[in-house]
Design a protein around this ligand. Structure first.
Ligand code: ADP
Length: 398
């Protein structure tokens, strides 16, 4: 039998998974169950080879996370009969103020993480359902929590607080920052690739359905555009990004909006979807002729440029920018619009390299380097889980 690590990233209607060797270095297989609750589908690939693509019928599909994990488990038994899952690494969006590194999960830690569900309602409850399901499916394996917040726990206080009375900070009302697994992966990856400029003053833009930027100095996060929740900062697929809190007071007092209505508005009806009235998906907006689609992209680009300047100001200049996430990795036109005319920041891009999705898209004359690097949160989860298996420290690199 071969000892393996399974990584799980459980969202509201999907579970993404990947299988790694017990050292957490080699990915053997990855896949997902998506369409949970509507039209479930199980797909899996080994490298570029699709090994499973199963659309369930109306009545025979997995109805919840537990059933989805059972389907994944039986698929793994069929395709990897020699595999023993010795550890399951979970992406957990919110670790609160306490967790600076990944942790082996037990009942006490799970109970603490449950109390954070209100701070990440789109993700945390599903992440924790994934843990429950994995405990049932793999009772012999250790379960490890890998947090999106851990990478940011070294923020200096000024980047960790809001200007409200200190007692709220003491209670945990802080600027946590998210996408930490993605940022940590990018730091590790730039080091593996020998991109030395990225080790000094680096801004990473994770532009996907969720979007944020992070200022990183010598491998340590010093600022992030996301805050107490994953609503703050850049506009996203359906989330608003930065908003004047006075708008919320107005919507409550003058429009009589309830807490539930506000939550739905800010998390699922805003961002690109809200501005365009068309879609949360950048590809749909780029191919649309509607003026509202163009305006939504204009706002996305404007806020990205503004936050890039802010992150560079925190770092007092920059030596490298990395773009990642679905938009950052693929949307050359959006990259161009964010990064052109930024010579004042010491960066200029080469249009041919950008259009060709090259790894380095900065021009030869550019002082700061600009890279496009695909993120791999699963790889980071696997490495952290392997470290826990081996009893090694798992704190973010410095
Ligand atoms: P998530 O945050 O859910 O992991 P992704 O990182 O996959 O999301 O990013 C999804 C976003 O990336 C969507 O807005 C999608 O339209 C966008 N995207 C993916 N490929 C392209 C492309 N070729 N051109 C423009 N946008 C793209």
């Amino acid at each position: 039998m071969t000892d393996l690590i399974l990584t799980i990233n459980a969202g509201s209607s999907s579970i993404k998974f990947a299988l790694f060797d017990a050292g957490g270095a080699d990915e053997l297989l990855r896949g997902q169950v998506d369409g949970l609750g509507t039209h479930p589908r199980l797909t899996a690939s080994e490298g570029h080879r699709r090994i499973v693509d199963h659309r369930y019928g109306a009545d025979d599909g997995p109805a919840d996370h537990g059933a989805a994990l059972a389907a994944i488990l039986s698929m793994l038994r069929e395709h990897r009969p020699d595999a023993t899952v010795v550890a399951v690494g979970h992406r957990i969006v919110h670790g609160g103020p306490d967790f600076e590194a990944s942790e082996r999960l037990d009942d006490t830690i799970l109970a603490r993480l449950q109390t954070l569900c209100a701070l990440a309602p789109l993700h945390q409850p599903h992440n924790l359902s994934g843990v429950e399901a994995a405990r049932a499916a793999f009772p012999q394996a250790i379960q490890v929590a890998c947090f999106d917040t851990s990478f940011h726990r070294k923020h200096p206080w000024v980047n960790d607080t809001f200007a409200i009375p200190q007692r709220f900070y003491d209670e945990g009302v802080r600027r946590y920052g998210f996408h930490g697994l993605s940022y940590e992966y990018i730091v590790v990856r730039t080091r593996e690739l020998g991109l030395v400029e990225a080790d000094n003053r680096l801004v990473v833009a994770h532009l996907g359905n969720g979007a944020s930027m992070c200022a990183i100095q010598h491998g340590v996060s010093v600022a992030s555009t996301m805050g107490f929740t994953a609503l703050d900062g850049l506009p996203m697929g359906t989330r608003c990004g930065q908003i004047d809190p006075g708008v919320l007071l107005y919507l409550m007092t003058e429009k009589g909006m309830t807490l539930e209505e506000l939550t739905t508005l800010l998390y699922t009806e805003s961002g690109l979807k809200g501005l365009s009235g068309i879609s949360n998906d950048m590809r749909d907006l780029e191919t649309s002729d509607a003026p509202a689609a163009a305006r939504a992209i204009d706002y996305f680009v404007f806020r990205a440029r503004r936050e890039l300047g802010a992150m560079a100001a925190v770092l007092r200049g920059l030596d490298a920018v990395v773009l990642t996430g679905g938009i950052g990795e693929n949307a050359a036109s959006i990259r161009h619009r964010i990064l052109h005319d930024e010579e004042w920041l010491g960066i200029s891009i080469d249009d041919a390299r950008n259009d060709g999705n090259a790894q380095e898209i900065s021009a030869d004359a550019s002082r700061g380097k600009v890279y496009v690097i695909p993120t791999n949160e699963e790889a980071m989860i696997a490495r952290q889980t392997a470290a826990i298996l081996q009893g090694l420290p798992t704190a973010a690199p410095a």
